[in-house]
Write a protein that binds this ligand. Sequence first.
Ligand SMILES: Nc1ncnc2c1ncn2[C@@H]1O[C@H](COP(=O)(O)OP(=O)(O)OP(=O)(O)O)[C@@H](O)[C@H]1O
Ligand SMILES: [Mg+2]
Length: 450
Amino acid sequence: MKNSSFFECIECGFQGPKYYGRCPQCQAWNSLVESAPMEEEESPESLGSQSPQKINAIDPQEIQRLLTGMDEFDRVLGGGIVTHSVILIGGEPGVGKSTLLLEVAAVLSEKGKKVLYYSGEESAVQIKLRAERLSIHSDNIFLFTIGTLEDLQRHVKELKPDFLIVDSIQTITSRKTQSLGGSVSSLRLITAAIIELAKKNGITVFIIGHITKEGQLAGPKTLEHMVDAVLYFQGEMQTDIRLLRAEKNRFGPMNEIGIFQMTEKGLTSVNDPSQVLIQNRQSRLPGTAIFPAMNGLRPLLIEIQALVSESPFAGNPRRIAIGFDNYRLSMLLSIIEKKLKLPFYKSDVFLNVTGGMIIREPAADLAVCSALISSYKNISADPNAVVMGEVGLTGEIRPISFLETRLKEAIRQGFSTFCLPAAQNQMTNNNDLSVFFIENLLDFFQHMKK
Ligand SMILES: Nc1ncnc2c1ncn2[C@@H]1O[C@H](COP(=O)(O)OP(=O)(O)OP(=O)(O)O)[C@@H](O)[C@H]1O
Ligand SMILES: [Mg+2]
């Protein structure tokens, strides 16, 4: 393929010798663009890098963290920003990425740090208007709009900022990558150049990235491998709640979530997220269950909703899960069918984890089953009940991790009835609580019918 052009998918990075209307790898339509191969630069024999060091001789203090004071932001990064790291933030249009990073720039500049903010999407005046609305007046934030990678490199050298914000990576071009257009190779190259710039000059970088229709950061997975942390900023546009999720973090736990509220004055950290997440629930209606999910190290109460209705597609009912794994949903439905003899194969099943949350833990199995059975049988669950447990293929309820932490959060939010795995019955007796230890799915079904 050398020295001749090829076609590359801008969504996933697939490369092929000819044009396809639909990418054979990620199935996206009209996503292939023509690209030319890069002119390879000669690499020097040696980069003059340092010689290997003994691991014992390295001072762990070298990793320094900076607390921004925006609690939820610091939490997602594992306890503040690790200086000299490169952090990628993805999110849908209009979710508030620029707002979030301008606020971060403001708190950093208040701490005496110099911030260079590059925007390829908005003019300096537009950003100034946003700053006015957020009451940001700082002498330490420098704006630079609509330019090339080479301009950026020059400004970094001259200004010597502590932090660089790139809004967004898709809007930077470079003389070197002109032939590549907006292709994935070009994106990768520009990201690599910015990372090099950061490491050489000892600056910390935030990069904003666009996301695809599927909610992935545009560009191949390699972009995510290149940076130290990948955060996704999400939210349902009808509500003012925004979630910041750590999908990858070299310096902190994964799946940590920060919860913000979008107001006219900007984003504020939410103090009691569990309360916000379950505030609109219709607890007395069938088809819901409450589950304390672990997000990083913090438990958050989450509402799981199910809708089971007679299927018009005999033999081919729909199974749709939002915020939960589709395969796991199918597995749980099969276990319920087999163990409880409930003919779900005749029903369409929709499962939704509310508030845009995602549950990836098997510990939520029993709560999912509870919502499914409750909707199918039209039985309202106890509004004060919390259900936890992993469901095995034989219908047995298996123990879960972080039981104590989850219980504490549920009790704090006023829940008093608990269905827990029988294997974890060493729980202390508390007279104000009703606790039911569940052996298997049939056991749980009997309990629900009471
Ligand atoms: N006056 C206002 N009052 C309340 N919220 C506002 C106001 N102006 C803007 N917003 C909020 O800010 C959001 C836009 O924020 P921002 O421009 O930071 O998003 P973004 O993710 O950077 O978008 P893009 O992808 O277009 O760059 C709006 O969707 C809205 O929720
Ligand atoms: Mg923006």
